[in-house]
Design a protein around this ligand. Structure first.
Ligand SMILES: [Zn+2]
Ligand SMILES: [Zn+2]
Length: 258
């Protein structure tokens, strides 16, 4: 018996038998995409809701008179709406005649995955759903990438880690963290206790601010020998972050001996 085949609409590598429009591998990708999208949208919704509550406690989720909700919050809501329309379009393309809110729609799509993988434009929708997932991810992602501590949560004081390009995070306590804002706040606090200087700059600073005579060479030796355990090199440009207390104490002990 002859069964007509076509290339898979998504990968184009595999031949698929009608009525499938996606190959077996891409069907698995579709399932994974729906699974991830659901989780990410749930997280994004928490972000959106929490910001509402923070803005105006107890007024039923609507912004206060005239006061616009934060841009981050609005963006989360827009993104959820956009993702929902996309899901509804994909569902419609699969031949469904009715639709629902995304919270109910995604589980239904998951149990009817075969419909989606036989849909006329399955490849295009899978591509768009994957793209949508990528757009939501930075707002809700907790995967360990290269992350650095950027400060502590203002609500619960947990350490917050952020990767490059992340603009909004959800703390474990549920508090949405504006990354840029927290970075700035932390930098301010750090500057009270640290100074970013070259060894020469450090020597000058100790002389000018404390009247302590420490040659730049001595500072370099301290760094090399680990006498300033809190000092950290900043990139490779010769600058270090000096702990003020530690550095001054070290300088005082040295100048006493002189
Ligand atoms: Zn495929
Ligand atoms: Zn927190």
């Amino acid at each position: 018996m002859f069964i007509p085949t076509d290339p898979c609409q998504y990968c184009g590598d595999q031949q698929v038998e009608a009525p499938w429009t996606l190959c077996q591998n891409c069907r698995r990708t579709y399932a994974k995409t729906l699974h991830n999208l659901r989780r990410n949208m749930q997280l994004l919704q928490r972000v959106a809701r929490h910001e509402y509550k923070l803005g105006e406690p107890g007024s039923g989720g609507k912004p206060q008179g005239g006061e616009a909700p934060s841009p981050v919050n609005m963006h989360a809501i827009d993104l959820l709406d956009e993702a929902e329309s996309l899901l509804q379009d994909a569902w419609c393309d699969a031949g469904a005649v009715w639709s629902d809110r995304w919270q109910l729609l995604i589980p239904r799509m998951q149990t009817r995955l075969a419909w989606l993988c036989k849909a006329t434009n399955a490849g295009r929708f899978l591509r768009q759903l994957i793209k949508m997932n990528r757009r939501i991810e930075p707002y809700v992602d907790r995967k360990p990438r290269t992350r650095r501590i950027i400060g502590v949560c203002p609500e619960c004081k947990r350490e917050i880690l952020a990767a490059k390009g992340e603009s909004l995070l959800l703390c474990k306590c549920g508090n949405p963290i504006n990354v840029a804002e927290l970075r700035e706040r932390t930098a301010e606090a750090v500057n009270r206790y640290h100074k970013t200087l070259t060894p020469t700059g450090c020597s000058e600073w100790l002389r000018d601010d404390y009247g302590l005579d420490v040659p730049a060479m001595t500072v370099k030796n301290w760094l090399r020998r680990g006498k300033l355990p809190s000092a950290k090199p900043i990139a490779d440009d010769g600058y270090y972050e000096f702990d003020i207390r530690e550095t001054v104490a070290m300088a005082m002990s040295v100048s006493k001996r002189q």
